[in-house]
Design a protein around this ligand. Structure first.
Ligand SMILES: Cc1ncc(COP(=O)(O)O)c(C=O)c1O
Length: 369
């Protein structure tokens, strides 16, 4: 029976099945209302998501990448100034810095939690540094007290990329509330995922909130009056309506994933490097990454047992084709080590405990024979 068992890495149909009747009701409401972009659903979602995150402002936009670009442009960082960012960041985080006319300065991550290592900040600081961007990868959190102290003492802006950290907390303080502004992605696979592209900015800075609110809509201060050279990065009513449904269930989604993570943490053979668990952090396990030297061989073995896995990410940013001119000659051994050994195991809202027990069994079989 086991030989026929199939565990997909992710199954969005299964994830969204739980919310299907509410989605149908909401989409009928929106369609019949006849107002499809930046309306009451977006307003309500923004208020609800700001309240969930315990922060004053939320501005819905079209994607996580747009949220990052709008923050960087909204803060008016001097063109050509430097933004310190982890070398293993997702490529979109780095793209945002370049698109905003700034220079990413890559620093090695902390090998334990895969996030920016505050110890590396001083070496990266120059008189051109204007900001630090942390990227809370996989559902965990960067050491924010240390990063915040550094930014305060050097007068730098602090931006959080929270695309993988919806609801994550450090010392009971939400991700997204530590710096000047934070970006969220609601890409369908995220813990708070839409049924298409969507994103948001959260901030307690009223001036920034007002500016990015205009910039997402061409730069209009009111209809047809354009104060900034902005973008079309508006959030759809339909996506906002779906997000409102899911937001009510976000704590449940996060708890479910944490529960599945605990099974891995309890069961997996110690030959695997498991995610670092800190008692200060409420990790939301967007991804469950392990590291293993013979990662590709393990992945093949799991595939032969019908277990889907992913690699987040196979190529470090400095080795990406699009960044070769900038960073081709650089070497980041910690980041390279992570990229060559990391493997993401199934950990979806659509998975049951028994699915994860089965993955553990096959993972341990690979080691123990
Ligand atoms: C860490 C991180 N930053 C930024 C993004 C970009 O978000 P989006 O795909 O919504 O543009 C993602 C999306 O996967 C991400 O994981």
């Amino acid at each position: 029976m086991d030989s026929k068992r199939k565990i997909d890495y992710e199954n969005l149909r299964a994830v969204n099945n739980s919310f299907l009747s509410e989605y149908h009701k909401k989409s009928a409401e929106v369609i019949e209302k006849g107002w499809y972009i930046l309306g009451q659903e977006v307003d309500k979602f923004e208020k609800e998501y700001a309240s969930y995150n315990d922060i004053e402002h939320c501005i819905g936009v079209a994607s996580g990448l747009d949220a990052l670009i709008l923050i960087l442009e909204g803060l008016d960082l001097p063109k050509g100034s430097e933004v310190i960012i982890p070398a293993n960041a997702y490529i979109a985080s780095i793209i945002s810095v370049i698109r905003a006319g700034l220079v990413p300065v890559l620093v090695e991550p902390d090998i334990r939690n895969y996030n920016l290592d505050p110890e590396k900040l001083s070496d990266a600081l120059t008189d051109k540094t204007s900001a630090v961007m942390v990227v809370h990868l996989y559902g965990g959190m960067t050491d924010m007290p240390s990063v915040k102290d550094f930014c305060t003492s050097h007068n730098l802006y602090l931006i959080e990329d929270c695309a993988q950290a919806h609801g994550a907390r450090l010392n009971d303080k939400m991700s997204g509330t530590w710096g000047d502004a934070a970006a969220f992605s609601f890409y369908p696979t995220k813990n708070l995922g839409a049924l298409g592209d969507a994103g948001a900015i959260v901030t307690s800075d009223e001036k920034l909130a007002t500016k990015v609110r205009m910039m997402r809509n061409y730069g209009f201060s009111k209809k047809y009056y354009c104060d900034y050279l902005g973008y079309n990065s508006r959030l759809d009513e339909l996506q906002a309506a779906f997000l409102r449904v899911k937001l009510k269930n976000l704590e449940d989604i996060n708890n479910h994933k944490r529960n599945l993570a605990q099974i891995y943490l309890n069961r997996l053979n110690s030959a695997y490097t498991l995610p670092y668990v800190s008692s200060d952090v409420v990790n939301v396990f967007h991804i469950f990454p392990i590291r293993y030297e013979k990662r590709d061989d393990l992945r093949k073995f799991l595939a032969e047992h019908n277990i889907g896995t992913e690699i987040h990410y196979p190529v470090p940013p400095h080795q990406q084709e699009c960044l070769k001119d900038l960073y081709g000659s650089f070497s980041f051994p910690i980041s390279e080590e992570i990229h060559s050994t990391i493997l993401s195991l199934p950990i979806s809202y659509g998975h049951m405990e028994a699915d994860i027990e089965y993955v553990c069994k096959i993972m341990n079989k690979y080691i123990e024979g």
